[in-house]
Design a protein around this ligand. Sequence first.
Ligand SMILES: Cc1cc2nc3c(=O)[nH]c(=O)nc-3n(C[C@H](O)[C@H](O)[C@H](O)COP(=O)(O)OP(=O)(O)OC[C@H]3O[C@@H](n4cnc5c(N)ncnc54)[C@H](O)[C@@H]3O)c2cc1C
Length: 479
Amino acid sequence: MKKLIVLAICTALYTSFVIFSLHKPSSVVSDDHMTDVGKLMPVKVKQVVKETELTSIKEVIEEAKREDLKVSIAGKRHSMGGHTYYHDSVVLDMTGYNKVLDFDKEKKTITVQSGITWDDIQQYINKHGLAIQVMQSQNIFTVGGSISVNAHGRDIRKGSLISTVNSFRLLTADGEIPTVSRKQNEELFYLALGGYGLFGVILDVELQLMDDELYEMTTEKLDYTEYSDYFREKVLDNQQAKMHLARISTAPDSFLTEMYVTNYELASEEGPLQEHDELRKERMTGISKFALGMARNFDWAKDVFWEIQKQYFLKANGDLISRNNVMRSESKFLEYEAENDNDVLQEYFVPVDKFTDYIDDLRDVLTAEELNLLNITVRYVNHEEGPVLSYSDEEMFALVLLINQGLSKKEQKKTGEIVRKMIDVTLTHGGRYYLPYMPYPTKEQMKRTYPRSEEFFEKKKQYDPDERFTNFFYEEYKQ
Ligand SMILES: Cc1cc2nc3c(=O)[nH]c(=O)nc-3n(C[C@H](O)[C@H](O)[C@H](O)COP(=O)(O)OP(=O)(O)OC[C@H]3O[C@@H](n4cnc5c(N)ncnc54)[C@H](O)[C@@H]3O)c2cc1C
């Protein structure tokens, strides 16, 4: 009888989670109220406009100028700190501006409108045997939104997204449309790339592609103290290894000690890419969503969730997978709609050789605090000097933390205090934090993390003296 009741409860929960999975989270609360996927800062905006043509986008900026209105630019709104809106601003939703404009198979280049998603591009280029060089792990984001944060992903050889952007056109506050690249308007290139929509509207973008490749997946279990050496010797020095992702446990039984790492090495057999290059659709959404849902609420379920994830990857040892499919990681199970709480992200970069000491100190902070930490993935980013707001001045591991937190002011205050402590620890180890998330860090922490931030904000005033393009991130951190 008892078993039956447990089974019935589990089935009911499972069904409700599956039903939730069918709902797309909306970041437009109502016509004039907006928030983003973080849902922590809803405000009234003047209007959300979704344009599909360049002439209408230009008109939006001209009208805003005439009426002295602020403009915020939005892609898929997966940044979480009000980066895509501002109170009483006109929000320019770019997701309708999403066509492929040009494609050169020989040169391996594609020119796209910036509201296109990575998924759209993959659908277009996969049949030509080509792949994206650098993007996030998931393919749900727009190109414009990804360029504006200078995204990074599982590739360990190509650097961050900036290295794959040949050029773009930028609609600036004065209505001009310069072409921006390493050779033309170079200064704007390094400001707008990682510029959080503050230097103008990125219109069309030429991206450098590469051949799709076939990889063999290998997954191993490690202790966190072995990770830095393992990564240098077995991954970085192994030229066959092209992509990499690791996880460190947030489950109580193995908290911040156990890891498993997945490497994607060029498959030795030649030719069978075609047998593996059909683009994958999301699988396992219901089960993953259920396991994550339980982990939000129970510590024992965090242990179960960790075991399920680990076994899933260990079981895939030796599987062959195309590059395009590695870059289509599951994302639907992360969608979460609840009235009083939400899942948010934090990301910290730490020098490769400091990883062990860093984790020890992070564990000390987290053991003393109450933070509902659900997952940490680890990626690698290499030295990237170009962007003015560069997050990586040496070889770094990037730790992405998935945190469940309450939406109330009290809960935000509590999470904010813990985040600031984690950032202090990160800075102590020569690390940095990533900017697309909640504005919990202090201005001082922002300045320490991004030594060129003063220059960034000065240039913003120079290129856009009326601060036409604005958002809450800018409001919070400008000098
Ligand atoms: C589940 C999840 C997983 C993630 N994984 C990764 C990851 O693996 N690696 C990583 O680097 N990041 C990751 N991120 C962060 C993500 O890359 C950024 O939030 C990115 O900006 C999302 O793209 P978007 O289309 O939603 O942009 P939005 O959030 O809509 O916009 C982000 C910024 O870009 C600006 N912008 C958007 N379009 C334009 C345009 N056309 N012209 C000028 N400015 C524009 C906006 O004003 C805003 O400041 C992740 C986020 C989530 C929620």
